[in-house]
Design a protein around this ligand. Structure first.
Ligand SMILES: [Zn+2]
Length: 144
């Protein structure tokens, strides 16, 4: 198995998200988002947003990737990459996606990328502090 450096891992993660973004189904908003998960075993799992004429049924790229990953047997994610095009801004996961990410990985790294290759790193803990999760350790921190 190839040993990847951290930089190469992030580069591959964001490339996977970028490629998923191209496949997004967004006839209404035209706002394409791609996501990719880096699983515990080093696999990359992509997802893209999929809209629906019944707008409430639209699913975000992040949750789409997580549903796919869980369906493939993955339950722990080291990182998620999210790529969208908001010019000079970085797009963060919405509240619903943050809650779904933290369900599986309280220490997930989050890489926010742009089509030009620029990215910033954050964590799910920073995006959703004191989250409601099934992980005992996190619940303990709420009582301190
Ligand atoms: Zn979302």
């Amino acid at each position: 198995m190839e040993t990847r450096t951290k930089d190469k891992e992030v580069e591959d993660l964001l490339l996977c998200a970028q490629e998923a973004r191209v496949r997004a189904y967004t006839p209404y908003s035209k706002f394409r988002v791609g996501a990719a998960l880096l699983t515990e075993d080093g696999s990359l799992v992509p997802g893209c947003n999929v809209e629906n004429i019944s707008f409430g049924l639209t699913i975000c790229a992040e949750r789409n990737a997580i549903a796919r990953a869980v369906g493939e047997g993955h339950r722990t994610f080291k990182a998620i990459g999210v790529v969208a095009d908001m010019k000079d801004k970085f797009v963060t996961p919405c509240g619903a996606c943050r809650q779904v990410i933290v369900e599986f990985s309280v220490d997930c790294e989050v890489y926010l990328g742009r089509p030009d290759g620029a990215y910033v790193k954050t964590t799910i803990d920073k995006l959703l502090p004191d989250a409601f999760t099934p992980h005992v350790a996190n619940l303990e921190s709420l009582t301190k």
